[in-house]
Design a protein around this ligand. Structure first.
Ligand code: PGA
Length: 249
């Protein structure tokens, strides 16, 4: 049985005063049966991890370098994230793929480094609007999955997030049938490559404009085990009803 997961991606948002949102979340969602995760910017990781200690909330990071250490100005290593209190790291988010030209091979290398430091890799996949309109969604997502996920993936060390690029931050979401098609496809691809046990154990999140108003229907969709939430994770008042919808699904 897969534990459902509501993960919040704060992106490049949040300074110390925003930690009050975490405190509120911990207080109001202490009895949630879903796993809760917030991925704040790196500057807030250790303070967030301190706040979340002995609570139902886990803390994730938003990226790491593929190398263990070295001359990479401005980058952050998996060991640093682990020491700061992260238990997971988002890898291959479409904003990283676009803004920093990250290829799926780079994402695979980062995934391996994250695993080596005991971090769960939350690997993101998703098509652009052009790719969807050309009818290439499953091919694009399948290729990204094949190249971004190294051998050794398990349900414990890996979470996948399907995030259509055109749905991120736009208020648009695919139809529920389109979400189901991709999630069913991802589960089948995992079964083919890693076997049924791994595929059954791996959480598949949907991401892209998840809001309190659409969360319940998304969570009722085939093979959706939770969500990766951007904008609506910044305020506890927005994220809480999404968590409640996931718990109820
Ligand atoms: P959004 O972002 O919820 O603001 O659309 C989702 C994401 O990029 O993870």
């Amino acid at each position: 049985m897969r534990q459902k997961l509501a993960a919040g991606n704060w992106k490049m948002n949040g300074t110390g005063s925003d930690l009050a949102e975490l405190a509120e979340l911990i207080q109001s969602q202490g009895t949630a049966t879903s796993e809760l995760m917030i991925c704040p910017p790196a500057t807030l990781l250790s303070r967030a991890a301190d706040l979340a200690q002995n609570s139902a909330l886990t803390i994730g990071a938003q990226d790491c370098h593929s190398e263990q250490a070295g001359a990479h100005t401005g980058d952050i290593s998996a060991a640093m994230l682990k020491e700061a209190g992260a238990t997971a790291v988002i890898l291959g988010h479409s904003e990283r793929r676009a803004d920093h030209s990250e290829s799926s091979n780079t994402v695979a290398a980062k995934t391996q480094t994250a695993w080596a430091h005991g971090l769960t890799a939350l690997v993101c996949l998703g098509e652009t609007l052009d790719e969807r309109e050309a009818g290439d969604t499953l091919k694009v997502v399948g290729d990204q999955l094949a190249a971004s996920l190294p051998e050794g993936a398990t349900g414990a060390n890996t979470v996948l997030a399907y995030e259509p690029v055109w749905a991120i931050g736009t208020g648009k979401i695919p139809s529920l049938a389109q979400i189901a098609e991709v999630h069913d496809f991802l589960r089948a691809e995992l079964t083919t490559r890693f076997g049924p046990q791994m595929a059954e154990a791996t959480r598949l999140l949907y991401g892209g404009s998840v809001k309190p108003g659409n969360a319940a229907e998304i969570f009722a969709t085939s093979n959706v085990d939770g969500a990766l939430v951007g904008g609506a994770s910044l305020k506890a008042a927005d994220f809480s009803p999404i968590i409640a919808a996931l718990d109820a699904s």
